[in-house]
Ligand binder design. Structure first.
Ligand SMILES: Nc1nc2c(ncn2[C@@H]2O[C@H](COP(=O)(O)OP(=O)(O)O)[C@@H](O)[C@H]2O)c(=O)[nH]1
Ligand SMILES: [Mg+2]
Length: 370
């Protein structure tokens, strides 16, 4: 399917499908590999995670991402059992258009955090476009060079296949596993195009929007509702000749923010300039996040937000499950293509066609549809 992010709106941001990994040539290789990594039981996973064992944590996230039903069932059990040990971290979402410097900044913010405390940091990503290409992993890891080799950092770019809803759910579950493994700070990066922002917004305590000077409001989210979601806005690349322009952009965003109603947190988002690449003013960005968290913990919004996120994810899970049930029902695809044909021939309206297919689905499930 054509990627939604390839629509006209994001012109210049081509998302490629990527290529599937080649099958292995040596048939014995896969069995050898299987032998090397012994099967873990649910207990092994849970114990390893609670011990903070990075290898086990990593394998548990892989299990989460697996499409095999038996893996999924196991993963759900692991997540359930980790749940009581989760929830104690600070979750920060980081968004911005491709090239805004999200990965570079995460490296800078993360190193600042780890150098000034004995905290542990997990970096996750919601990137449904990495479905098959897995292309962003290499790029991101090289942009997070310092963090990649830090003993208290765990970096796990999204490599899961599926719908945005599915990918987001897995990231949310990965957060739970990381927290159970003792990671008290979680950064979640979005791809910064399309719908992933809403998903990430719905799983974090602070949503940071990274802007760059001169990239245009349309693209950067002023008109797409991203700014309304932001708890703080930062203008990156305020270095060299770009400092003044970044400052002007910051003023522009400050003014724009005045036009929005006060967010539910009761706090007007702040705007800062910084340079992720040259490590300038990172402390100010972090102070802004810190300050916000202190205030929302005091006014009760922190807990309120987490509760409303849980409600959101309950309904998301229901939507996902209903959709999966529908599309996995025998005969639905035949019905769909038949009515799609009739629709395209102008013989039936969209709504009538949808009703016909849904009626068939209800009948298949033995539901009485009066
Ligand atoms: N001058 C300058 N360049 C930066 C800065 N941060 C990132 N970049 C560059 O911008 C490009 C995109 O950065 P990246 O972190 O991959 O952006 P992402 O797509 O948002 O994750 C890279 O070439 C970076 O080196 C910065 O603070 N200053
Ligand atoms: Mg990136």
């Amino acid at each position: 399917m054509e990627h939604p992010e390839n629509s006209e709106v994001y012109k210049g941001l081509k998302v490629n499908d990527g290529v599937e990994a080649m099958g292995t040539i040596n048939p014995y290789l896969s069995t050898m590999r299987r032998k090397r990594a012994a099967q873990l039981s649910v207990n092994d996973y849970v114990d390893g995670i609670l011990r903070g064992d990075v290898t086990v944590l990593s394998r548990a996230v892989t299990l989460l991402e697996s499409l095999l039903p038996e893996h999924q069932a196991m993963a759900q059990e692991v997540v359930e059992r980790c749940l009581p040990h989760s929830g104690k971290s600070l979750r920060v979402g980081i968004t911005g258009v491709p090239g805004a410097g999200k990965s570079t900044s995460i490296d800078a913010f993360g190193m600042y955090l780890l150098s000034n405390s004995d905290a542990k940091l997990a970096v996750l990503a919601v990137d449904p476009s990495s479905e098959r290409s897995k292309g962003s992993i290499l790029g991101d890891k090289t942009r997070m060079e310092r963090l990649s080799s830090h003993p208290r950092a765990f970096i796990r770019p999204s490599a899961s296949a599926g719908s945005l809803g599915g990918v987001a759910r897995k990231t949310r579950e990965a957060i739970i596993l990381c927290e159970a493994a003792g990671y008290d700070n979680i950064f979640v990066e979005t791809v910064g195009v399309g719908q992933s922002e809403t998903a990430v917004y719905s799983m974090v305590d602070f949503f940071l929007l990274i802007q760059i000077a001169g990239a245009g409001d349309e693209l950067q989210g002023i008109k797409r509702g991203i700014m309304e979601m932001a708890d703080g806005i930062v203008v990156n690349k305020a270095d060299g000749d770009n400092v003044e322009e970044a400052r002007r952009a910051a003023v522009h965003y400050k003014n724009a923010l005045q036009l929005f109603p006060l967010p539910a947190s009761g706090l007007r988002p702040e705007v800062q300039t910084y340079s992720g690449f040259y490590d300038l003013n990172i402390d100010r960005v972090w102070a802004m996040i810190d300050d916000y968290i202190v205030k929302v913990k005091a006014n009760g919004f922190f807990d309120e937000r987490r509760l409303s996120q849980q409600r959101y994810w309950m309904y998301e899970a229901i939507d996902e499950q209903l959709k999966a049930n529908f599309y996995n029902t025998d005969g639905v695809h035949e019905y769909l293509s038949r009515y799609e044909q009739l629709l395209l021939q102008g013989k039936i309206t969209s709504f009538a066609a949808a009703n016909k297919v849904l009626e068939f689905y209800d009948k298949e499930r033995g539901v009485n549809v009066g």
